[in-house]
Design a binder for this molecule. Structure first.
Ligand SMILES: [Zn+2]
Length: 213
């Protein structure tokens, strides 16, 4: 790793520094709260890492308060769909259904919620968030393989003619901002894969060439 840096001229490093600062200036679009909530999402990702899960975490916020958090639990549950977002969404659905909220009331609740997640939601999660009608999503790093918010599909843009099912709008999309504390999110994923994913199917590709997520 260090030897790569020696290949770079001081100018290259200065340029990269600038690029990083510019990336960081994106965070200027976000309120200080956004960074605080993303920090909580990163804490969830760290918990996932401690449990030998792919380190992705999230929190859902309503009225400035965290009302649910989730981390990737695909290994623990042996269920490839148990992404951080699904964990957090299910906590809320269960809670609101227990409180007797109707489908419309649940939709109303989601329309006031913000999701902060360390990695761009995959196609499955982005579709779910769009159908649930979440207000806004802020994510850390891009998900080049499975991203549903611009990388592979752009499900956050929603459908031009939202279908209605039982009076609940379907797939209306949501506002989405990426690149928030992306370097922290990537570094967790990189650490995880560099250590070797103990749950990866074997034989797997040489670790040095494994994707970061
Ligand atoms: Zn997902």
């Amino acid at each position: 790793m260090a030897s790569h840096e020696e290949d770079c001229s001081p100018d290259t490093l200065a340029f990269m520094e600038l690029a990083i600062q510019q990336m960081a200036s994106h965070e200027g679009d976000c309120s200080p709260d956004t960074l605080a909530f993303m920090e909580l999402a990163i804490q969830q990702a760290r918990l996932a890492m401690d449990s030998l899960e792919v380190p992705v975490g999230c929190v859902i916020v309503e009225d400035g308060k965290v009302i649910a958090s989730g981390r990737n639990r695909t290994t623990e549950t042996r269920n490839a769909t148990r992404h951080a977002e699904m964990e957090a969404i299910d906590i809320l659905l269960e809670h609101w259904q227990k409180n007797g909220l109707s489908k419309l009331e649940v939709a109303e609740k989601f329309s006031n919620c913000y999701l902060y997640v360390t990695c761009e939601p995959c196609i499955m999660c982005a579709a779910s968030l769009s159908i649930l009608g979440i207000k806004e999503v802020c994510y850390g790093c891009a998900n080049d393989k499975f991203g549903g918010c611009g990388s592979i599909l752009s499900l956050h843009l929603g459908s031009s003619e939202p279908l209605k099912s039982h009076g609940v709008p379907q797939g209306k999309g949501f506002k989405c901002t990426g690149g928030i504390m992306a370097s922290e999110a990537v570094s967790l994923l990189r650490t995880f894969y560099e250590q070797g994913n103990p749950n990866a199917p074997k034989p797997h590709r040489p670790l040095a060439h494994q994707a970061t997520h």
